[in-house]
Design a protein around this ligand. Structure first.
Ligand code: FES
Ligand SMILES: [Fe+2]
Length: 403
């Protein structure tokens, strides 16, 4: 495994660390190289909390949902008998095949498909079938034969894991998000269902670009909005600056939760998105703000008066990022069939148009990262404070590789 100092020069690091007026992005290699991607996998994603998907994909006891994260790592979500969602490394302790091959519903146990070993839904071995050639059951108390569980936590239907097991408590990690919406009544939000009403609606896409470009584009690169998005170009308040060069939004950069907040009036002018019943504040008033925010390193969590949008970004390769989104809405809007069209429209039209417009540009950004005429480029100070903070947070994490 290469170290940060073997991939970036001292000068390149110093340029990222410089004060905002003279600061630079990470250089191209950070966006294109497999070695850099592995450095991030080992020292960044594995050691903090990261989102991996949605708990509704294994909704009822006995449901299992295998997935691959960070391009290579097999995990599986399993809902145990008590209804608790667990995440395991999806590898069989016997001979290393996957423990669960595909999505499954209502399992009473997990059965290895290679040699028939059996585990309980909490990952403990129930039977090392025919271990000594005789019919069992065979427990193996002296051997390491249980499925390996990963530290996990479910927050608003979103599954977060900490692969290394020693990151801060999840409550501390999610605290900046909870603090921002502290005055909002989110006690009755539920994941929006499909129009059939039988499962949570998840909108999936893949963006052909490095995860950092996707993260950065979503919330903290406010600069691009008025140029990339057809819908916003016509808005009177985009770009988000006044005639005399003042920002019309508030920048938030709190413990890894970064993005912008603006009033509902500003939001209506720009997006015209509010057309379903709204959430309320704890004092009963209607929320008068709209946020577009990302939680380091890979989750977008934005709140409008009528929904919370959560997107899980899954880095698959240096140039490829999966983009899976779900919405939480007031429970009647989330579940009742009369709102089905409205809630689907929010994800499949309103947000999907913006995502695809961004995705098309991000693909060209990824191509540009291969150009020798553009390596490490300067950050535009007026717009780039949050971008500088993002790049520095990445360096902070990657410096662990030197230890
Ligand atoms: S590899 Fe799973 S039962 Fe043998
Ligand atoms: Fe955008």
């Amino acid at each position: 495994m290469r170290k940060l100092s073997q991939l970036l020069t001292e000068n390149q690091i110093a340029k990222v660390r410089a004060p905002l007026e003279n600061s630079y992005w990470l250089p191209n290699i950070a966006y294109t190289s497999g070695d850099f991607f592995r450095l991030e996998t080992e020292n960044l994603f594995s050691k903090t909390w990261m989102s991996i998907g949605f708990a509704s994909e294994a909704e009822y006891p006995g449901d299992a949902h295998p997935l691959t994260v960070l391009g290579h790592l097999p995990l599986v979500m399993v809902r145990d008998e008590a209804g608790r969602l667990r995440v395991f490394h999806n590898v069989c302790p016997h001979d290393g095949s996957k423990a669960v091959f595909g999505d499954a519903k209502g399992l009473g146990r997990i059965v290895g498909q290679y040699h028939g070993w059996v585990w309980n839904l909490d990952g403990t071995l129930r039977d090392a079938t025919l271990f000594d050639g005789t019919k069992g059951p065979h427990g193996l108390p002296d051997r390491d034969a249980d499925l390996k569980e990963v530290r996990s936590c479910v927050w608003n239907n979103t599954v977060f894991v900490n692969l290394s097991g020693d990151a801060c408590p999840f409550a501390d990690y999610i605290a900046p998000v909870e603090d921002l919406y502290r005055d909002m009544d989110l006690s009755d939000i539920k994941p929006g269902l499909t129009k059939e009403g039988d499962q949570v609606f998840i909108e999936r896409a893949v963006i052909e670009s490095n995860w950092k470009s996707v993260y950065e584009n979503f919330a903290i690169n406010v600069y691009h909005e008025g140029f990339v998005h057809r819908g916003y170009k016509a808005a009177p308040n985009v770009p988000r600056v006044t005639d005399d060069g003042k920002k019309t939004y508030e920048e938030i950069d709190d413990r890894g939760y970064q993005g912008l907040r603006f009033t509902s009036t500003e939001a209506d002018l720009a997006y015209g998105l509010v057309r379903s019943p709204v959430l309320s504040m704890k004092d009963g008033s209607v929320p008068d703000f709209h946020t577009i925010m990302s939680l380091y390193p890979n989750t977008n969590i934005s709140v409008a008066p009528n929904y919370m949008l959560i997107t899980v970004l899954t880095p698959q390769a240096p140039d490829r990022t999966a983009y899976d989104s779900m919405m939480l809405l007031p429970s009647d809007v989330a579940q009742q069939s009369k709102y089905a069209r409205q809630r689907e429209h929010l994800l499949t039209v309103d947000w999907a148009i913006a995502r695809d417009e961004d995705g098309a540009v991000l693909k060209t950004v990824q191509a540009g990262r291969h150009s020798p005429a553009f390596d490490q480029h300067f950050i535009v100070p007026f717009w780039g404070a949050m971008c500088r903070s993002f790049c520095n947070r990445i360096l902070d994490d990657l410096e662990r590789s030197e230890e």
